[in-house]
Design a protein around this ligand. Sequence first.
Ligand SMILES: [Ca+2]
Ligand SMILES: [Ca+2]
Ligand SMILES: [Ca+2]
Length: 379
Amino acid sequence: MKSVTQLVLFLLLIMVIGFIVRKVNIDLKRPSVIIEEKPSTMHLSYRDNELALLTTLIFEGEIHFKNMRQLTFGGENAEAYFSADGSRLIFQAHEGEGECDQIYLLDIESGEIEMVSSGLGVTTCSFFQYPKDDAIIYASTHLGGEECPPKADSSLGYVWVLHPTYDIFKADPDGSNMIQLTDTYGYDAEATYAFDGSKIVYTSLVSGDLEIWTMNSDGSDKRQLTTHLGYDGGAFFSHNGQKIVWRAYYPETEHEKEQYINLIEKNAIQSMALQIWAMDADGFNKVQITNNNAVNFSPFFFPDDKRIIFSSNLENPKGHNFDLYAININGSNLEKITFYDGFDSFPMFSPDGDKLVFASNRNSKQPGETNIFICEWVD
Ligand SMILES: [Ca+2]
Ligand SMILES: [Ca+2]
Ligand SMILES: [Ca+2]
């Protein structure tokens, strides 16, 4: 009994200290404004192999989040996507600078994590094969070399490399029996499944520009859906399979076009004002959803397919504080979802629509660490 009382007192003390620290921070940031802040919602996050960890995972204003759990604890973890049965996530992760992302499966209930990619080259953008979870897909450079390739060509300035040896592969969920789905030189990646399993949508440079393509589950019947000069990528199907949402940057001035083409020829892109677009699953009826000067990316349909959740730095387009936003498919009713002062991105609703998974810098042990979080979604 005594130890329980001590534990309760200890937890209360931590809560009070947490509140004071937060209050001091807020006061320091806004010295000339006096604001009555309510303490942010406190949650207990428990992990079997650690002591009960008292921490603030849900921030004030995050009214759609409930019962948040942290699923990874260190390194850079991103793009976690649900299996069709909702029990697992597939994601990419690495630890430390210069390391290359590999693909991992995570059992949501137990927290167990296993690597399923070969460990060779660099990998990205994985997804389960819907609707039966009988395979996984991801992009990998391993056929172009077993080494971890360099992340950037410093002679080109601050750019991201579109490794030309990226191809999309399918494998059994344990990583065995790998099949190659694309086989042209140049970037092929960012592949996701339609929820009925009928199509894969992905990004390819095979036409000479970054475009959205679809293909069958076996790699056949490849079709180009976008044609506009500029980056088209990061596409997801709506749950009913009728729409595709994606991110795009279309250079407008001659200088912007020249700069974009110049980098694409060197298999690179730089930071750009990506906007969210949607189209029919056959590529018709393209509509622009966001229209701002910020970076908007990682869009995903709400369970009813009427709204889209995405990540944006629209409050400070030069900054690194990305937040999740929701918006109607016609571009109306923008709503801010996350209020943590750091990176929040890669949202995906669970197939039953009850949960949201996303990647965030919140509660990191080291600066810049990105972890995977899951919570119940409150409408
Ligand atoms: Ca390729
Ligand atoms: Ca394009
Ligand atoms: Ca944020």
